[in-house]
Design a protein around this ligand. Structure first.
Ligand code: BV8
Length: 226
């Protein structure tokens, strides 16, 4: 399964609508404020944006989509959950071994030594507690490579899965959006769950038009299709 912001929409997490080119912060486009180049140019501004989102996310809880997805890991011989979301709500709903392609908003990483600091329980340290250098959000920003091995592992699983679910993503940001294409090319049955069509819809064997929090729980009963 590949999930995107749409899975967290019913938890109150705003979606990005259209991947990168919408103004989200102080008139700045998403793929500008969330870019490697902005970390170079104005790290305090980047932290202001992520601090705002972290405080916003703090109160939010998983929704029925997250809980149903967490149940699937015990339902299939092999279940791989790959997310573009940095909100940690899949894990909060009980999902294990979540592949976070774009990192996690609850972690800060040292720009120099790479040491990561957990901010779920504590406030953001002013500097790296290991080497004293500057910290940055431990997320993948536009123009940055994904965490080493994360995409390769996800692609390997996608290339040998029998069933691929694509839930709540506009499928505009790469390389994440390439994963369902890999699954399809390898012969998987691809199902999309989204209230709207996406560039992936035509590739899918089945499109379930609706909200993830309403559609996915339909699979949670004895006589469900799965
Ligand atoms: C990289 C963390 C190598 C930060 C994020 C190939 C072609 C074109 C461009 C590129 C390409 N390869 C690389 C690029 C550049 C770029 C890219 O893809 N740009 C886009 C804008 C075209 N990619 C990168 O930069 C990636 N790195 O390629 O490195 C490299 C390095 C140097 C130079 C070249 C290559 C890194 C991308 C990761 C960026 N970080 N997030 C942060 O959060 O601030 S991306 C972020 O945006 C999310 O993680 C997610 O990936 C994306 C948002 O998309 P969605 O999650 O799908 O959300 P969206 O709002 O768009 O859509 C929501 C959907 O849900 C909608 O369809 C809606 O209908 C639906 N929905 C709504 N409600 C519900 C619902 N569905 C179900 N239920 C509901 N209730």
């Amino acid at each position: 399964m590949l999930s995107g912001a749409g899975v967290s929409a019913e938890s109150g997490v705003p979606t990005f609508r259209g991947g990168g080119n919408t103004a989200v912060w102080k008139g700045m486009r998403f793929d500008v404020i969330s870019s490697a180049e902005m970390v170079e140019r104005d790290l305090p501004a980047v932290w202001e944006w992520f601090d705002y989102r972290r405080n916003f996310l703090h109160e939010l809880m998983p929704n029925p989509a997250h809980y149903e997805i967490a149940r699937w890991q015990d339902r299939f011989a092999e279940f791989t959950l790959v997310t573009q979301n940095i909100d940690g709500l899949h894990q909060k709903a009980g999902a294990r071994d979540v592949i976070e392609l774009h990192g996690n908003i609850w972690r800060a990483r040292c720009i120099a030594c790479g040491f990561t600091h957990d901010m779920a329980q504590s406030k953001r340290p002013d500097a790296c507690l290991e080497c004293g250098d500057r910290l940055r959000p431990d997320v993948v920003l536009f123009g940055e490579m994904l965490p080493p091995g994360a995409f390769e592992f996800a692609a390997a699983r996608a290339s040998k899965c029998e069933l691929c679910f694509v839930v709540g993503t506009s499928a505009l940001v790469y390389p994440a959006a390439g994963l369902p294409e890999i699954a399809k090319a390898a012969g998987a049955y691809v199902v999309e769950v989204n209230p709207e069509r996406t560039p992936l819809s035509s590739l899918c064997d089945e499109v379930l038009t609706g909200k993830a929090g309403e559609v996915l729980p339909l699979f949670n009963n004895e006589n469900s299709l799965l």
